[in-house]
Every structure is written in structure tokens, then in C-alpha cells.
Design a protein around this ligand. Sequence first.
Ligand code: CUA
Length: 312
Amino acid sequence: MRFSLPLFPEAASAVANQVDSLYFFLVGISVFFSVLIAGLVIYFGVKYHRKSDSDTMPKAATGGVALEIAWSVIPLAISMVIFFWSASIFFTINRPPDDALEVYVVAKQWMWKLQHMEGQREINELHIPLGRAVRLRMTSEDVIHSFYVPVFRVKQDVLPGRYTQLWFHPTKPGKYHLFCAEYCGTKHSGMIGWVYVMEPADYQAWLSGGAGEGSLASRGEQLFQSLACINCHKEDGSGRGPMLVDLFGKTVEIEGGKPVVVDEAYLRESILTPQAKIAKGFQPIMPTFQGLVTEDQLLQLIEYIKSKGKKK
Ligand code: CUA
């Protein structure tokens, strides 16, 4: 912790100090100009106040090219510094590294459900290893929530019907607050939890402790069979639906539309509203699975399809 301000959260992610520096710069600039302007108002008020009834008004100054250039160029320079500085941090916060550890998050009134690739599931708790980037892929079962871990200085809305992502690189082991930062109903204030950043060895021990139900992908595979997806999406490509092997990450042709890249959002849409984008050469015969699969199960199915090759 660089500052011992009691209300200021400690910094426990790679980007936290960058965010803080920008924040303190903004505060510094604001304080500087507030003090300067307030000071000048008082100073000029005292210096030029009307001393007697016979005081005449001085002639109003007109023009002053140098002054006008100064008060245009200096603020421009300052705002450009703020713009490029914050844009660079914005890009950092929005671009997870490819080797990030992936965790799925499903929010609902009023809890956080987290699923690890290996199969561990947690509620209102997230266990992650120290020193490795973590990418959360998040969605909501009901209303808008917001995943917020102050010590990491990252916050992201979690929306129904869409996947959003958030990533951070924890730099300190510890137990940290997790908040919902979007008012989401009666018990919004209780939608809180903990993030545990563990030493890698402890994390491995924790990982091997739980699971039991198999990895996300393997649970997706079971669903794939029990929902009878496998009857049409055959592995040898002879089915009535597209073959899903090696599909993830590819660009596919769409009947009467623009080609799309097969990503999580496209897979989700294709399961819930199959008629939205029909792969070229196939009939629109797939029934919708809206209401039949939960958000958690959707993620398992997606993870299963991802596991069938073409890892990004
Ligand atoms: Cu969920 Cu506020």
C-alpha cells in the first residue's frame, strides 16, 4: 500500500497503480486549478475593490492574443495528456492476455455463481492463483449487475443476454472484497463476496480438493447428449446440423447474411435463437432451447464446443 489513507483500498493488481496514478493526477489538476481560481478571485477582489465613491471604473481590456492562445493551448495540452493516458489504461483493462485463466461468472438476484474450467463451482467466492492473469466471462440470469473488486481497480457491468468480460492480474495474496456495483433490487447491498488470491501451490491444492462433477467441458458433453444435440450435430459431419468439431474461432458463412466468427456470443445465440443466423447449407430446423437450459448450462455447452478443437 503506497498510501495509508484509511478509506483508500490497497492496490493488488497489475493495473491498480496505473489507475491510481491517473486518479491522483486528475485530483491534483483539479485541486491546483480550484485553488488558483479561488485564490485569484479573492486576491483581485481585495486588490481592485472600489475604495471610494469617486473611484472611476477602469477601461475594460479588449483583445490579448497571447493570453487567449495561452488559455487555449494549456488546457488543450492538459486534456490531451489526460485523454491519451486514460485511453492507454482503458486499452490495458480491456485486452486480456491470451494465456489468462478463464472463469465463468453468472450473476443473479442476489448472488455470484462462479465456475472454473476444471469443474469447481463457487458462490460469492472466487479462488485464483497469484501471479497469473484471470479473465472472467460474465452474464446475468435476470437484471444488470456489476462485478467490482476495488483492490484490483476494475469494474464491469454484467448483463442479461450478453457476455461481458473482465480481467486482472493479481499481484498480492490475500482475501479481498467483491461487490455488486449496480443497484439490482432489494438485496443488492448483500450481493457481496470474497476473492481469494492464493499462492500457486495452495491454489493447486484447492483445485484438487473440489470438482467431483467433472470439468465444465465434460458436463457440457453430458448435456449435449441428454439434450439430444448429438442427433443432428454429428462428429463425422453427416448430421442435419453443422459439425461442431474444430468450429470455435472459425468464420462461418450465414444464409442471407454476413459471415460471423464463431465465438461465445454466437454459440449462445445459436442455442437460444437458432433461427437468428443459419449456417450456410443447413435448414432452419433446430428448435430453440430458450428456457430449457440455464445460463450455467449454456456456459458448459459452449465450453464443450470449445473443447472440440480450435483452442484460441
Ligand atoms: Cu447485483 Cu447489485
